[in-house]
Design a protein around this ligand. Structure first.
Ligand code: SF4
Ligand code: SF4
Length: 480
């Protein structure tokens, strides 16, 4: 009797990558990969690699914990996920990080922009290329606060947020609200070119972080991803941020076959920068403007990034790069202490149940004073030869190599994040309900980043589908 050439692991709903119709998908293990096997009545069968490491994929399931709810939901359940965003009451996770787009405009026109922003007035979309008014921004901030109470992380984004003419008025609006941590998602041009702007920004420390686009050291790669050779701009921006010691995360958009070989080099470079607290790797999400992207060659999965980090650097072991419990399918993280250029990974010191138990549903653990204290205690108690814990003994082996200063601060933390947003290829309804990185819509909805760029952004591929669905039915919604 013949046997299937794969293991049928589970069932979910996905999307047809051609027409975005919701389709059933089998999760199958074949050879060493995890695939979504889908069938669209119109476009036929499709198999999509979602992970190249079956053991890690299985491991993610052990990191699932009950989600934290937002204080309120914003839309009813009517048409089914993902057509009710949001957040509808069927969503399983609050907003760990909420983006607020200050503007549609940008001082670059990257060939791969999920927001389809740019310098030029492209096609018929000119009318939407505008800065949001302060009143709109205030309203959107209030929506975030109403949902979260004290939002953990808000990210000013765009377009390019730093070119908003009232940027510092927006900073004041943020400051007047109980937002714990603010990120500024920027391509770095303004930071590199405008000293006065940086010095003014620096006055908002602590509690702000620059989320700096940093994809490559190579001119050709930057031209392909960003349409410009930004090497000098990146260096100037970092020189300024180092000078001000303004907390920075380097954000690397990864395209398989283009810049995936630079992952280790970027981490090593980041460790040498005084201002850099971590690196975030984001495989390209197939959404928005996406020139020169071949899904078969250029799609990159979270596990492939993780593998590249392990192969291209000597700082981390597999047990150090772990799924993040709020959304383990899409987020992985390694926490380390950076002490005089040396890296001591911390995440791998905990066994899985302890780790899942200990960490909050959050993307920034250092926001949680108790956890921070625990990590710092762990590190300092590791001086003690009487410590019995195996993990501490392992740490002790490293300690003679690491001269440890007495006071640790936020500056000693180094964080690697892998953030894989879903698109029409790897879309998994089971997983998107746990998404915790959201975008606030000007109309008061809060929408997962993944579905926003597919269905809810103006001009997105699926916007017409959602609008038609919503107009075709007057069914009452469910709220609870
Ligand atoms: S993704 Fe979340 S908010 Fe959107 S429809 Fe699904 S459950 Fe609701
Ligand atoms: S990806 Fe960022 S920097 Fe590039 S055009 Fe879009 S908003 Fe601007």
């Amino acid at each position: 009797m013949p046997t299937r050439p794969y293991l049928f692991y589970g069932l979910t709903n996905s999307l047809c990558s051609q027409c975005l119709t919701k389709v059933e998908a089998k999760i199958i293990f074949q050879d060493s990969g995890v695939y979504l096997a889908k069938h669209c009545p119109t476009h036929g069968r499709e198999e999509v690699l979602i992970a190249d490491d079956i053991d890690y994929y299985r491991q993610t399931q052990a990191f699932i914990k009950p989600g934290d709810l937002p204080l309120k939901f914003n839309t009813p359940i009517k048409y089914g996920c993902p057509y009710d965003c949001g957040l509808c009451p069927d969503h399983e996770q609050h907003s760990c990080l909420t983006l607020i787009e200050l503007t549609d405009r940008c001082n670059l026109t990257c060939p791969i922009c999920y927001a389809d922003s740019g310098v030029d007035e492209l096609g018929g979309r000119a009318q939407r290329r505008r800065h949001r008014t302060l009143a709109e921004i205030e309203q959107m901030l209030d929506v975030i606060v109403a949902n979260e109470g004290e939002p953990q992380v808000v990210q000013l984004s765009g377009g390019e947020p730093t070119i908003h003419p009232d940027f510092f008025a927006v900073m004041e609006l943020v400051k007047a609200r109980p937002i714990k941590h603010l990120m500024i998602n920027t391509n770095g041009l303004k930071i590199a070119q405008d000293r006065e702007f940086c010095e003014r920004l620096n006055e908002y420390k602590p509690g702000i972080e620059i989320y700096l686009q940093f994809d490559s050291f190579e001119a050709d790669t930057l031209l392909e991803l960003r349409g410009a050779d930004l090497r000098a701009i990146r260096q100037q921006a970092l020189a300024r941020l180092n000078e001000l010691n303004l907390s920075t995360t380097l954000v690397v958009t990864v395209k398989k076959g283009l810049n995936d070989h630079e992952i280790g080099k970027i981490i090593d470079f980041a460790l040498q920068q005084r201002c850099v607290r971590g690196v975030t790797f984001q495989p390209i999400q197939a959404a928005g403007r996406l020139e020169g992207f071949e899904p078969k060659q250029n799609r990159y999965t979270l596990t492939e990034v993780r593998r590249a980090i392990l192969e291209q650097t000597h700082h981390f072991n597999p047990q150090d790069i772990l799924p993040v419990p709020c959304h383990p399918d899409s987020l992985a993280m390694a926490y380390a202490l950076k002490v005089q250029g040396k890296v001591v990974p911390l995440t791998g010191l905990f066994d899985t149940p302890t780790f899942v138990d200990m960490v909050p549903n959050s993307v920034l653990y250092e926001q949680h004073p108790e956890l921070k204290q625990q990590i710092f205690d762990l590190f300092s108690t590791s001086h003690s030869p009487s410590s019995a814990a195996t993990s501490l003994k392992q740490l002790l082996c490293c300690l003679p190599l690491v001269p440890v200063p007495t006071g640790f601060t936020y500056e000693n933390i180094f964080r690697i994040m892998i953030v894989q947003f879903m698109d029409a290829y790897n879309f998994d309804v089971r997983s998107v309900k746990r998404s915790c990185i959201h975008i606030v819509h000007p109309d008061g909805r809060i929408i997962p980043f993944d579905t926003y760029n597919l269905f809810y952004r103006e001009g997105s591929a699926g916007q017409a589908m959602v609008t038609a669905l919503q107009q075709s039915s007057n069914m009452p919604g469910i709220t609870y």
